[in-house]
Design a protein around this ligand. Structure first.
Ligand code: NPQ
Ligand code: MG
Length: 385
């Protein structure tokens, strides 16, 4: 007997979050994150009320995947919310089902489901980790290091993160500087520090022999070397390269993940809730991967404390056997929009235990970084704030 809730009001808030240093990947460089937050106010037939927040991980441009933040906001206002409002009382598990008739836009859908989930867990007085049945109280923290022009600068950056206590280093790579920089970082951190690379689709099918040169550096995995739709290409690479092939961009659903595993293209899975349409689909991918004995880890999209708290709850599940990209908020942001930003102690993040996804908003900071707000009421009327 689960409660179902009516959506009374939705707030879409855009925030501008400057990065502490530019973050460069094989698809570009960013100095600021333009993030869409989704707030929901729900009521139960008996009259009780609750509210919650979700975070949309879409970037400003369709560079990582096809979604981008203006598009996500548009599809939420004009397509997803009208469908959801028309569905009547819902709980979080209904959101994906109701929205499944509309194609694509997983990050926009995920943000809506996330807000409903936060609201419903707050009403139930239950933490996200407890809702999932996750028992770990802390999780190991890895850090993602952007591409640097100079190897000396790169080594100084990596040393700083080692000093901060991160238990695993992930280096962004692209053709040209990859082998030299991987060799230099491995030399710096020594053989015992877990180390992996992320290509964000920068290589071609013909790069198998080149990528096999990375094998000597004893890395945990190579993340998404080829374009997202090239599953067979990744399967071939997995035969040519000893280092395990991990998929990120390619994995957009549990069904597609099952196929990629079956084809030998996915030896390890990066699970990002936004990319797969929400935390509940992320859990289904986790369960599938556990049954197939495929190790998983939780990726990151430079989330605020909202997404970071939820990711920490998800990553407390037992199949997350590799350190995730859940670093301290200060890795990316000087000021976070939550009262207790995620921190790293002895290389670990504490799994939140408070009701909901595990954060409280700092309304002063939130207002200071807000660039626009709109509100949509239960009948679908949109008001600019
Ligand atoms: C990845 N994330 O695993 C992504 C890519 C990503 C933590 O490496 C601004 C600029 C925001 C680049 C969000 C990490 C970004 C970004 C995510 C890259 O592929
Ligand atoms: Mg990646």
């Amino acid at each position: 007997m689960t409660n179902r809730w009516s959506i009374e009001r939705v707030e879409l808030r855009r925030i501008a979050m400057p990065l502490v240093s530019p973050f460069r990947t094989s698809f570009g460089v960013e100095t600021e994150r333009d993030i869409l937050l989704v707030g929901v106010e729900l009521t139960e037939p008996a009259g009780s009320r609750t509210s919650g927040w979700g975070e949309c991980v879409a970037l400003g441009a369709p560079s990582y995947s096809a979604e981008y933040v203006d598009g996500a906001q548009h599809v939420i206002v004009h397509h997803l919310l009208p469908q959801l409002l028309a569905a009547g009382p819902i709980e979080a598990a209904d959101v994906g089902v109701v929205l499944a008739r509309l194609h694509g836009h997983p990050m926009a859908k995920a943000a809506l489901e996330m807000a409903v989930l936060d609201a419903q867990l707050r009403a139930a007085g239950q933490s996200f980790a407890s809702f999932l049945g996750a028992e770990r109280t802390r999780i190991p923290s890895g850090v993602s290091v952007g591409i640097h022009d100079s190897t000396d600068d790169l080594l100084a950056t990596v040393q700083g993160y080692v000093d901060d206590g991160y238990v695993r280093i992930k280096l962004k790579i692209e053709p040209g500087s990859d082998i030299e920089q991987v060799a230099a970082v491995r030399e710096l951190i020594g053989p015992a520090t877990p180390f992996q690379v992320d290509a964000n689709t920068a290589y071609r099918r013909t790069d198998g022999a080149h990528l096999a040169r990375l094998d000597e550096f004893d890395m945990l995995l190579i993340e998404q070397p080829l374009p997202e739709d090239d599953i067979i290409g990744h399967a071939r690479l997995a035969d040519e390269v000893e280092t395990p092939i991990c998929l990120d961009e390619s994995l957009v659903s549990a069904a597609g993940t099952a196929d990629a595993i079956e084809l030998g293209a996915c030896e390890i899975a990066n699970i990002k809730p936004g990319r797969v349409g929400g935390y509940l689909e992320a859990v289904r991918i986790h369960d599938l991967c556990m049954s197939k004995r495929v190790p998983v880890w939780c990726g990151g999209m430079l989330e605020t404390g909202i997404g970071r708290a939820a990711n920490a709850g998800l990553a407390a599940l037992p199949g997350f056997t590799l350190p995730g990209d859940i670093s301290a908020s200060t890795r990316f942001y000087a000021r976070d929009v939550v009262t207790e930003p995620i921190t790293v102690t002895d290389g670990h993040v504490t799994v939140p235990t408070s009701p909901g996804l595990g954060f409280e908003l700092d309304l002063d900071v939130l207002d200071a970084v807000t660039t626009s707000r709109i509100r949509i009421d239960g009948s679908g009327t949109v008001t600019g704030l």
